[in-house]
Design a protein around this ligand. Structure first.
Ligand code: HEM
Length: 305
């Protein structure tokens, strides 16, 4: 295992305005989709405007992939932020990714968010492959969620934009060998899960702490069923076993999937729309500044905002 390269240094030259070269092996694959030139704006529209519920749910479920292997879980335990303050760690992770999506990689806020994320990883001892797995979870989990539960799957341009966004995110994290097509991403992701996902005390401890955060976001009557809900939503035997989740009863699964399908089809409430700097749950009830994000930021009590 190698130290992940610390990256306080400037981001590499941007490739954000160009899709992968058409003569690259990935683009030459017959299964690959042409990448639209406006992929960043398309992905933003998809996440923020067109399918805010589905993409948020997909990202949330992807988040747990950071610690479904004993090796990565050990690193997250070592990092300490999740056990210290699981709500802030969970919210900050989401907010940092959404800041990049909403503002763009090359915007001031996007660059600040990327720098916070890279700084947070500067002491993480993980391989390129372990980082790729978490990176690709941000693609594979939401896209599969949409395919399984939303009113329509993503169209080709949306899918290509999502692939390109994740590729750019990985590039800015200095990852290498990032799969550049959906098919390559899925192949990598499924193979990694088969080989590496497994239970450990760290995996379970981290999940128990962060499942609690998910429960707190649910309406009060649903909270006692948080683990059943998450088991159904994760919908993956290997991952659920690693996280210590019992299989959800069939009737519960059906009810949960029906509710998810309904939420996906209903007019999306304005509260689902991410607005940079504005309030987020109990962590930032009156909004946040970029300085408050990240594991090293001082935690400001909500009453002091
Ligand atoms: C490329 C995929 C990844 C993305 C997009 C990502 C995203 C993030 C973000 C946004 C933060 C900041 C959270 C905060 O402000 O509290 C963060 C922190 C952190 N991440 Fe990742 N991460 C990735 C991969 C990994 C992997 C593979 C590991 C472990 C092996 C890991 C371990 C950590 C740790 C230890 C922190 C510092 C906070 C803590 O102590 O938990 N991350 N990550």
């Amino acid at each position: 295992m190698t130290d992940f390269p610390a990256s306080d240094s400037p981001a590499p030259a941007s490739s954000a305005s160009a899709c992968p070269a058409s003569d690259s092996p990935a683009s030459a694959s017959p299964a690959s989709r042409p990448c639209p030139a406006d992929w960043e704006a398309r992905f933003r529209r998809l996440v923020l405007d067109d399918r805010p519920f589905d993409m948020r749910m997909g990202f949330f479920l992807a988040y747990y992939r950071t610690f479904t292997t004993p090796e990565s879980a050990a690193q997250v335990v070592r990092g300490g932020a999740l056990l210290r303050d699981p709500e802030k760690r969970t919210i900050d992770t989401g907010v940092i990714i959404y800041e990049i999506i909403a503002n763009g990689f090359d915007s001031e806020r996007g660059e600040a968010a990327t720098a916070i994320m890279n700084r947070a990883h500067s002491h993480v001892r993980a391989t390129n492959e372990e980082f790729l797995y978490v990176l690709l979870a941000l693609l594979v989990v939401p896209v599969r969620w949409v395919a399984d539960h939303a009113r329509t799957p993503l169209d080709d341009a949306e899918l290509a934009s999502a692939v390109r966004f994740v590729e750019e995110l990985g590039t800015r994290m200095r990852l290498t060998a990032i799969p550049a097509t959906w098919e390559a991403a899925v192949a990598f992701f499924d193979d990694f899960e088969e080989r590496r996902v497994a239970p450990s005390d760290d995996v379970r401890q981290l999940f128990d702490r962060s499942a609690h955060v998910f429960g707190q976001m649910m309406p009060a009557p649903v909270r006692p069923f948080t683990r059943t809900l998450l088991s159904a939503l994760m919908d993956d035997r290997r991952v659920n076993e690693a996280l210590g989740l019992a299989p959800a009863p069939l009737l519960a699964r059906r009810a949960i999937f029906a509710a998810a399908a309904l939420a996906s089809r209903m007019p999306q409430p304005a509260s689902l729309r991410f607005r940079p700097g504005q309030h987020v749950g109990k962590t930032y009830p009156r909004g946040y500044t970029m300085e408050q994000l990240g594991p090293d930021a001082p935690v400001t009590p909500p009453s002091a905002h």
